[in-house]
Design a protein around this ligand. Structure first.
Ligand code: SF4
Ligand code: MG
Length: 326
């Protein structure tokens, strides 16, 4: 079947005085309808940038330098701004780390929900309000019929993120891009929010791109996981296989100690060394300075992302130095 979202060989570059710097280098990924796909990697790996490229919100000097993005059978990377805005409001929703990015402090949450619903769905004010109350109730906001008239600051951080999930779902989108949706929350509520997001989306058949650096979140919520490193996809496969039997040495490092949700979020950084900076990237495997298995070839060329039986991997240990799978 056609994937719902198909990102094809995209490059994202930053214009600099010294010419373009490639931040995303030939990234392809797809998400099926109803699938929850975790995108994981260290900060700077290009996860959020990929999300921004998909929704057409790259901040200058960043720009899409190559590739295509196809959503629901339609190419969306070259749409006029007004058409893209409509897709963003209606069919692709976003959830950010800080709930206050999505909520306007000057309006009650009910006002914001009803505005969004009425802008995109053919409902009366009254119907929109009923839908908003039902949604708030289903995301676990107690006394939703009263609290709908409260303002964002009257909710706790966890409750606010529930409201944001309701807001993301209220137009019945096909895809939600959630970027670090629990990072700003108390450890005690992170698991609840992830479980809620997963349940709500599975029930509705909404696909989710879940951007996070937290392997615990991925293991809990995702159907499939895509691992990014230094602007490239290095592994992509079903979550159970990748978590329990990682191929790529970087993924293995990430899995070394799978934290449960809410554990120290800096755990990924425990792989010795650090990711090369944008300006330091070369034509080698970007992981080679940190890789316990690095070979000569790894310092000379970049391993292509190759399809194995149950996943894709970009590592010469698996693709062979001649490009054949071993
Ligand atoms: Fe390590 Fe080489 Fe594989 Fe890169 S290609 S991850 S350096 S073994
Ligand atoms: Mg990010």
């Amino acid at each position: 079947a056609e994937p719902l979202l198909d990102v094809r060989n995209i490059d994202v570059a930053f214009a600099t005085r010294h010419g373009p710097l490639l931040a995303i280098d030939d990234v392809s990924m797809s998400i099926a309808a109803g699938e929850i796909v975790g995108v994981v990697g260290e900060s700077g790996a290009g996860k959020s940038l990929t999300g921004s490229a998909i929704i057409g919100l790259l901040d200058p000097p960043g720009y899409l330098a190559a590739g295509e993005i196809v959503f629901d059978g339609q190419r969306i990377d070259n749409l006029p701004a007004n058409k893209m805005r409509r897709i963003r409001g209606r069919h692709i929703s976003m959830i950010f780390q800080d709930p206050l990015t999505s909520l306007d402090p000057l309006y009650s949450v009910g006002h914001q929900l009803c505005e969004t619903i009425c802008t995109h769905l053919p409902l009366s004010r009254q119907q929109a309000r009923a839908k908003a109350i039902a949604l708030l109730d289903s995301v676990g906001v107690p006394a939703a019929a009263e609290r709908i008239d409260h303002y964002p600051h009257q909710f706790s951080g966890g409750m606010r993120q529930r409201v944001v999930i309701a807001l993301a779902l209220c137009t019945e989108p096909r895809l939600i891009i959630a970027d670090e949706p629990t990072t700003a929350l108390d450890v005690s509520v992170q698991a609840q929010i992830i479980t809620l997001l997963k349940t709500m989306c599975h029930e509705r058949g909404t696909a989710v791109m879940l951007v996070t650096h937290d392997m615990g979140v991925i293991a809990e919520a995702a159907d499939r996981v895509i691992v990014m490193y230094a602007g490239r996809v290095v592994e992509d496969g079903p979550v159970a296989e990748v978590v329990h039997n990682a191929c790529h040495p970087y993924t293995r490092g990430l899995m070394g100690a799978i934290p449960s949700i809410g554990d120290d979020l800096e755990r990924l950084a425990q792989i010795d060394g650090s990711m090369p900076r944008l300006s330091e990237r070369t034509k080698a495997c970007a992981f080679h300075p940190r890789c316990p298995r690095a070979m000569d070839i790894c310092r000379q060329s970049q391993p292509p992302l190759v399809q194995l039986s149950d996943r894709k991997v970009a590592c010469f240990l698996f693709t062979g130095t001649t490009g054949e799978a071993q």
